[in-house]
Design a protein around this ligand. Structure first.
Ligand code: CP
Length: 317
C-alpha cells in the first residue's frame, strides 16, 4: 500500500477486515517490522481516539512515534499558495516536506473549513499533503473522509454478525447537534458499508441533509427515521451539517435524537457512534449506557484498523 487516503487504496474490503481481526488476536505478531521505523502523527485539529489508537497501533508494530498538535505546539501554517505571509509563519509546503523527512509514514488529520464546498470536496488541502510528503501518507480524517473510523466500524459489525453470515440491516441515522459538523464519518461509512454485499444499508436524515451524491450511490434513503429503524440490527448515529446549504445547521429541533423508544422499533439493534458524542443531544443516556451500545468496541477497533494500514504500508517500504 502506497498511501491510505480512502477505501480506494484497499484491494479487498473483506480481506482487510479479516486481517484486522487476525491482528487483534495476535497484535504483537509483527513487532520486528517497525524496528528503526518512525510514524509521525500530525493533527491540525483535536483528537482523542485517533491520536492514541494510532500510537498504540504503532507501538504494537514496534515503531517509534512522534505526535504534533499543530495549533498548540507549532507555527501558524499558511495553507494557500502565492500569498504574502503576514499572518502565518510557515507554509504547508515546507511544513509537510520537513515533517515527512522525520518519519517513514506521515499520518495527518486536517478537517474541513465547512465554508468553501469546492475547496473541501476537491480535498485541496489533503492533495497538497500527499504531494509534498516524501513518505507514504495516512488519512486520519480529511475534509470529506474518515476511512480509519469506517474500517473500525466494519470490523465491529463483522464481529457482531459472525463475519456478515447473519444478514443484517444497518441504519445510519442523522442526529442533532449544536455545532455544524463535517460529513466525513457519514461519507466514509457509506463508502465502506456499500462494499459489503450481505448488509442491507439505509441512511435516514431530515430534508436538506443529503450527502454528496457520490456517497449515496445505490444507497436506500429515507426521511422517516422511525420507519427506517424497524427491524434494524445496527443503528449508527451521527450528526453532519448540510451539504446543500454548505456547513449550515438547518434543523434545530431535537426530535431526531436517538432514544429508547426508537431503539424499541429495531431488532434489538446494537447502537454505534464514532465518538465523541454529546449525551442527550445526539443520543439519550439510557441508549449509550445500555448493553446494546458497542461504541467502546468501535473505539477499541480503531487500534487494529490503524495497525493493519500501518502494517500494509511498512510491508511495501
Ligand atoms: N472518532 C474519532 O475520530 O475520534 P477523535 O476525534 O477523538 O480522534
Amino acid at each position: 500500500m502506497k498511501n491510505f487516503f480512502s477505501i480506494k487504496d484497499v484491494v479487498n474490503v473483506y480481506d482487510i477486515i479479516k486481517e484486522s481481526i487476525l491482528l487483534k488476536k495476535n497484535p504483537y505478531n509483527f513487532q520486528n517490522i517497525g524496528r528503526n521505523r518512525t510514524i509521525g502523527l500530525v493533527f491540525f485539529n483535536p483528537s482523542l481516539r485517533t491520536r492514541i489508537s494510532c500510537q498504540k497501533a504503532a507501538f504494537n508494530l514496534g515503531c517509534n512515534v512522534w505526535t504534533l498538535d499543530i495549533k498548540n505546539d507549532s507555527w501558524k501554517i499558511e495553507m494557500h499558495d502565492g500569498g504574502i505571509m503576514k499572518d502565518t509563519q510557515e507554509h504547508i509546503k515546507e511544513a509537510i516536506s520537513v515533517m515527512s523527512i522525520y518519519c517513514d509514514i506521515l499520518a495527518v488529520r486536517a478537517l474541513p473549513n465547512l465554508l468553501d464546498k469546492n475547496y473541501d470536496y476537491k480535498e485541496i488541502l489533503f492533495k497538497k499533503i500527499l504531494y509534498y510528503s516524501k513518505v507514504p501518507v495516512v488519512n486520519l480524517e480529511s475534509a470529506t473522509l474518515h476511512p480509519l473510523q469506517s474500517l473500525a466500524d466494519v470490523i465491529t459489525i463483522a464481529e457482531h454478525s459472525s463475519f456478515f453470515k447473519k444478514k443484517s440491516k444497518v441504519v445510519l441515522s442523522w442526529a442533532p447537534h449544536v455545532n455544524p459538523l463535517p460529513h466525513s464519518v457519514a461519507n466514509s461509512f457509506s463508502q465502506w458499508i456499500t462494499k459489503i454485499r450481505e448488509l442491507d444499508f439505509i441512511i435516514t436524515y431530515p430534508n436538506g441533509y443529503d450527502l454528496h451524491k457520490k456517497f449515496l450511490h445505490g444507497v436506500k434513503i429515507s426521511n422517516n427515521q422511525n420507519e427506517s429503524f424497524k427491524n434494524a440490527d445496527f443503528i449508527y448515529a451521527k450528526n453532519w451539517s448540510s451539504y446543500l446549504y454548505y456547513g449550515k445547521i438547518i434543523v434545530h429541533d431535537f426530535k431526531w435524537m436517538i432514544n429508547q423508544e426508537k431503539m424499541k422499533l429495531t431488532n434489538n439493534a446494537k447502537f454505534m457512534h464514532c465518538l465523541p458524542v454529546r449525551r442527550n443531544i445526539v443520543v439519550e443516556d439510557s441508549v449509550l449506557n445500555s448493553k446494546n451500545s458497542i461504541v467502546l468496541e468501535q473505539s477499541k477497533n480503531r487500534i487494529y484498523a490503524a495497525q493493519i494500514i500501518f502494517l500494509k504500508i511498512l510491508q511495501s517500504l
